[in-house]
Design a protein around this ligand. Structure first.
Ligand code: SF4
Length: 91
């Protein structure tokens, strides 16, 4: 596996354990998970806001800092397109 694949596996494992412990990771909620990959600005805003409540935020932030993703909202960071390369309020 690559470093990126290994790091993503660590993040996904963390998300899985949090969910098993009863904590809620917003981007894996079936009803709203599509917000993170949406092109719609309002859905992206909602995803960024939800990320700020995520118990995996610090782990996710560490992952995406080392392995930037081309699309979707990650760790309260907007996808880098249309001049919206912004970050949600820091915590
Ligand atoms: S910080 Fe956002 S993108 Fe990262 S795991 Fe949490 S909800 Fe998902």
């Amino acid at each position: 596996m690559t470093d990126r694949t290994d790091a993503l596996a660590v993040l996904m494992g963390s998300i899985f354990r949090l969910e098993q412990d009863g904590q809620r990771v917003p981007c894996v909620r079936p009803t709203i998970g599509h917000w993170w990959l949406a092109d719609d600005d309002e859905m992206q805003d909602a995803a960024v806001t939800a990320c700020l409540t995520c118990p995996a935020l610090d782990t996710c932030r560490g992952y995406v800092a080392l392995h930037p993703e081309d699309g979707g909202v990650w760790a309260a960071i907007y996808p880098p397109r249309r001049g919206r390369n912004r970050t949600g309020a820091s915590r």
